[in-house]
Design a protein around this ligand. Structure first.
Ligand SMILES: [Zn+2]
Ligand SMILES: [Zn+2]
Length: 460
């Protein structure tokens, strides 16, 4: 499983850690750090791999967070108290420090500490998301940056607006679906169904004191209402992408959620990204997708499941119509041996891995292998998600080599619509969480590799 290898990776010296190419680190988790979820996970990125693109960056981040080491950073994420005293006196300072972690020249990679006194880093006027040490670097970088500047403009707004999710000032619309569930096949129909309720919600957030405070605390003018609404909608898709992707998987794999005693979904390789700020009601939307279901139990399993995330100890019976969320901190195959093989818990009806990343390095592959083989051999309906088309192709290849029976793959209708910047390499094309999915069931794939490649290239 990924977690084991991730743990190892953190112990290595920075130079020995290979960069995980595709994983986008909003990871800069510095963001509201203590309060916020750290995005697609600094864990899967390997904190020190930041160094490969911008030498000194990991130290800069730690310094801005008033921390001495990655271990201390991890301690804070796990709910501990850092030795060096973490905290900010005011919102303004927090946003400033957060912004400072983005301050390095996107072209020559210079950090503020490496500049002569006469030079300062200035941001790109259009996107406000990348910095340059001078006009020469900005000019030289433009051919690469122009391809992403517009999209990064959204990133720069979203990472501030995310604060409203953290503080709880942006509450997502909820409640039973007013349309037939078969009609709602993706975000378009979901937004149409929720539009009235959503308009009220967004207007309320726009008028809120929290919104005023936010833009008064950051050093940039408040964007127009339509820009802010666009951002809130993207953030909403980012939060609801996970529960609705689980629902999409249950539907696509034809899993019966009318089972007496309830159905179980395991999220394997779960980390802070899935558990840190997840509140009990966050998966209610999954329940609304299946009116009349007899109980849904979602269990997050992984060594990086946030401390304090509710632990599942027994197979309590679910109330019909309820969604129960719990976590198990540990490796999946240990969890399987302790809980499933002993009969304490039922076999899962679906197993999902969000961005397992096993295509990215032999280390990660080695770690995931026991889990993938276990899921294949027990014929557990399984779905994985990936960030990009390139990752989709690489992951399919691996699953074919493992002789899994791939039942479906393609673009996820409930992918997050919030662009994720590759933090230490901002000119890389932003990616989207769970943009693509692959489903497999048991072994023996019907397609050979070449057919598969052709199909992938045709489809996306
Ligand atoms: Zn420069
Ligand atoms: Zn720009």
């Amino acid at each position: 499983m990924a977690p084991r290898s991730r743990r190892r990776r953190h112990k290595k010296s920075p130079s020995s850690v290979a960069p995980v190419v595709e994983t986008p680190p909003t990871a800069v988790a510095p963001v509201p750090l203590i309060l916020s979820k750290p995005g697609p996970s600094i864990d899967s990125l390997g904190f020190f791999s930041l160094e490969n693109n911008v030498p000194g960056l990991s130290q800069l981040i730690l310094q801005k967070l008033n921390m001495k080491s990655y271990e201390e950073y991890k301690l804070v994420l796990d709910g501990g108290t850092p030795v060096s005293g973490f905290g900010y006196r005011c919102l303004e300072e927090m946003f400033q420090k957060m912004e400072d972690t983005f301050r390095f020249c996107a072209y020559c990679k210079a950090l503020p500490s490496g500049l002569s006194d006469s030079k300062v880093l200035r941001h790109c006027k259009r996107c406000r998301n990348v910095y340059y040490c001078g006009p020469e670097c900005q000019r030289s970088d433009w051919p690469a940056h122009r391809k992403v500047c517009q999209e990064l403009c959204l990133v720069a707004v979203d990472r501030l607006m995310e604060w409203l999710l953290v503080t709880g000032d942006f509450v997502l619309p909820s409640g039973p679906w007013s349309w037939l569930t078969e009609v709602v096949q993706g975000w378009d129909t979901w937004f149409s169904m929720r539009c009235l309720q959503l308009d009220d919600t967004l207007d309320a957030v726009l008028d809120s004191q929290a919104m005023t405070t936010l833009w008064a605390s950051v050093r940039r003018p408040r964007p127009d209402p339509h820009v802010l609404k666009g951002s809130l909608k993207r953030l909403l898709t980012d939060v609801l992408s996970r529960p609705l992707t689980l629902g999409f998987g249950l539907r696509a794999l034809g899993i019966n959620v009318g089972k007496v005693g309830g159905s179980t979904v395991h999220v394997v390789g779960a980390s802070h990204a899935e558990t840190f700020l997840t509140r009990p009601g966050d998966y209610d939307e999954l329940g609304y997708m299946f009116p009349g279901h007899l109980g849904l139990h979602v269990i997050m399993v992984g060594v990086d499941v946030a401390a304090g995330f509710s632990q599942s100890t027994s197979a309590s019976l679910l109330e019909p119509g309820t969604v129960q969320l719990s976590g198990h901190r540990g490796l999946y195959h240990d969890f399987w041996e302790e809980q499933i093989e002993t009969g304490q818990m039922a076999h899962p009806d679906l197993v999902v891995a969000f961005h397992p990343g096993f295509h990215a390095s032999p280390d990660l592959m080695e770690a995931w292998l026991p889990t993938l083989l276990l899921l294949r051999d027990y014929e557990i309906p399984t779905m994985i998600t990936v960030y990009s088309h390139q990752e989709l192709a690489a992951s399919l290849q691996i699953l074919v080599d493992l002789d899994t029976h791939i039942t479906a793959y393609g673009a996820n209708p409930f992918a997050s619509l919030k662009p994720e910047q590759v933090y230490s390499n901002p000119n890389k094309q932003p990616v989207y969480c769970s943009a693509y999915y692959i489903m497999f069931l048991g072994s023996s794939c019907q397609l050979d590799k070449r057919q598969l490649e052709e199909k992938v290239n045709d489809r996306v």
